[in-house]
Design a protein around this ligand. Structure first.
Ligand code: NAP
Length: 248
């Protein structure tokens, strides 16, 4: 029997924005499959518990999204089990912040591989199934920093700007197959990623936000969800900013 629920795959669903995205889709009758990589399962289990409380059908897999082979194998399994993937949210991301003067080649490569190559890996692995189904939604999580840059984040900004170029190119390639490819660019959102920023950097960001507050992960999740909804069938290659007016 083909699965009747929407099959939604979210990378980096163990916490932060990815968790909020899983919870948002779980309010529908969707089957949620999220991946994470940290060997400590605590956060992933917390997400699973929250999804379970909502009555959602969900599962978590440990997967390094930067590995082309592992990602291919993972999606092969998902398609074998559920027949297709309806929605892919490329959300997993890391930071290794430091000024370019001090940035090592390893710090550059790590961020580019986890943040950008992963989007290539997952999109490539899922596109054949979406083309066969003649439909699908791909939503890539970029960042405000990919558009305006940020001191100490040359690697991160390059990865997030790369996601935008990738999104627009693949949107053009897949448009005739009714597969939409869009990006969401969050501003300054309250997650573990921003928790570790120095207090001064946080204050400086906050001072620039017209809405005067940090964003919540669920506010980003709403934009992601909407891009995968019936309301967004004719929207592709776009970037939706969720930033309280920090960048217009
Ligand atoms: P977060 O709380 O640090 O969560 C990052 C997620 O990515 C975790 O679930 C983590 O899973 C997963 N991940 C990291 N490396 C991975 C790998 N190699 N393979 C698979 N999963 C991996 O970050 P967040 O703030 O929610 O950010 C989510 C996305 O939004 C990122 O792409 C980030 O760049 C972007 N973003 C965030 C902000 C912000 O202000 N927070 C702003 C703009 C853009 P494990 O820990 O289990 O490995």
């Amino acid at each position: 029997m083909p699965e009747s629920k929407r099959i939604v795959v979210v990378t980096g669903g163990s916490r932060g924005i990815g968790r909020a995205v899983c919870l948002r889709f779980a309010r529908d009758d969707a089957r949620i499959i999220f991946v994470h990589y940290d060997p400590d399962d605590l956060k992933a289990n917390e997400t699973l518990e929250l999804l379970d409380k909502m009555g959602a059908e969900a599962q978590a897999e440990k997967l390094d999204v930067s590995s082309f082979e592992a990602v291919e194998e993972f999606f092969r399994e998902v398609v074998r089990e559920f027949g297709r993937v309806d929605v892919l949210v490329n959300n997993a991301g890391i930071t290794r912040d430091t000024l370019l003067m001090r940035m090592s080649a390893e710090q550059w490569d790590e961020v580019l591989t986890v943040n950008l190559r992963s989007v290539f890996n997952c999109t490539k692995a899922v596109m054949r199934s979406m083309i066969k189904e003649r439909g699908g939604r791909i939503i890539n999580i970029s960042s405000l920093v990919g558009q305006i840059g940020n001191s100490g984040q040359a690697n991160y900004a390059a990865s997030k700007a790369g996601i935008l170029g990738f999104t627009k190119s693949v949107a053009k390639e897949l448009a005739t197959r009714d597969i939409t490819v869009n990006a969401v660019a969050p501003g300054f959102i309250d997650t573990e990623m921003t928790e570790k920023l120095p207090a001064k950097a946080k204050e400086a960001f906050l001072a620039q936000i017209p809405m005067g507050r940090i964003g919540r992960p669920d506010e980003v999740a709403e934009a992601v969800y909407w891009l995968a909804s019936e309301g967004a069938t004719y929207i592709t290659g776009q970037v939706i900013h969720v930033n309280g007016g920090l960048y217009m």
